[in-house]
Design a protein around this ligand. Structure first.
Ligand SMILES: Nc1ncnc2c1ncn2[C@@H]1O[C@H](COP(=O)(O)OP(=O)(O)OP(=O)(O)O)[C@@H](O)[C@H]1O
Length: 269
């Protein structure tokens, strides 16, 4: 079984698309790796497998070893032994020139293969970026995900999506499929001005924390919109320092340090 060297498996879920699930997954991976952890990122977001773009490895080829697919390493390992490698449906779709508009059984079969056929080696954390939604199809995908015995899920939401109905829907979804909720991250919570670095609350603020309290779920943190993070992602090149080093300069880094500290404490408690 390819996950036997993996200590913790964490799902990243959201009730709807575009809330920043992939960027939260990416930054949790960067933050954990900067602190010496060996991290794998598995991207099974069939609607938009963005992880290769986030890590600037879109042009990399996935190789097939004797025991399964070999994940793609991202940049170099950090001095304290941290590393990131990733596997994405995006690599295979590109190679096949295939469409993401697959029917249920084909998706389920591919997800099953991804869960079992990637040779991760020794990892401290495997983060799984999942397709957004809570439909019946997601329930069957989540049942697949349960087979890898995850520690639980981090739910990503935005301030606008924070309504009793939405949070209840996501919490019900996890309960229905037997997935433990580790915590909630509120993304796009305010805007960091690129000139003065001041954070303005574009939408309502504090809603995520209140809702998490109401549902007895831990609130991991609020992440503002930071255009410089997008620039950092878009301007990556082979001449630049690896993203894991560059990320040290990001204003979002201390926020994700706090989020991943809570996550690490939770899964090790
Ligand atoms: N806090 C943030 N600051 C700046 N840009 C952000 C932030 N969060 C997300 N983004 C940007 O918003 C866009 C959508 O984010 P992302 O791809 O992570 O969303 P997603 O929830 O994974 O979407 P989908 O579920 O549709 O795949 C990306 O360009 C991403 O870089």
């Amino acid at each position: 079984m390819s996950l036997e060297g993996v200590k913790h498996v964490i799902l990243v879920l959201s009730g709807k698309g575009g809330v920043g699930k992939s960027s939260v997954t990416t930054q949790m991976a960067l933050s954990l790796a900067r602190r010496g952890h060996r991290v794998g990122v598995l991207d099974i977001d069939l609607t938009g497998p963005n992880i290769p773009r986030m890590f600037n490895v879109e042009d990399k080829k996935v190789t097939q070893g004797a025991r399964g697919w070999i994940p793609v390493p991202v940049g170099t390992a950090t001095e304290n032994g941290g590393s990131i490698c990733c596997m994405s449906l995006g690599f295979l779709l590109r190679d096949r020139g295939d469409s993401v508009v697959w029917r249920g059984p084909k998706k389920t079969a591919m997800v099953r293969q991804f869960m079992t056929d990637v040779v991760w080696g020794e990892l401290d954390y495997l983060l799984i970026d999942t397709p957004p939604g809570t439909s019946d199809e997601h329930i069957s995908l989540a049942e697949q995900m349960r087979t890898v015995n995850p520690d639980g899920a981090v739910i990503v939401t935005t301030p606008q999506a924070i309504s009793t109905a939405d949070v209840r829907k996501e919490i019900n979804f996890c309960t229905k499929v037997g997935i433990n909720i580790l915590g909630v991250v509120e993304n796009m919570s305010g805007f960091v001005c690129p000139h003065c670095s001041e954070c303005t609350n574009v939408f309502s603020s504090g809603g995520g924390k209140t809702m998490a309290e109401q549902f007895s779920v831990e609130f991991f943190g609020a992440v503002p919109i930071d255009p410089s993070f997008n620039l950092m992602i878009e301007s990556q090149s082979s001449e630049e320092a690896p993203l894991v080093e560059q990320y040290g300069k990001s204003k979002l880094e201390p926020i994700f340090k706090d989020i991943t500290e809570k996550l690490v404490a939770k899964v090790n408690s």
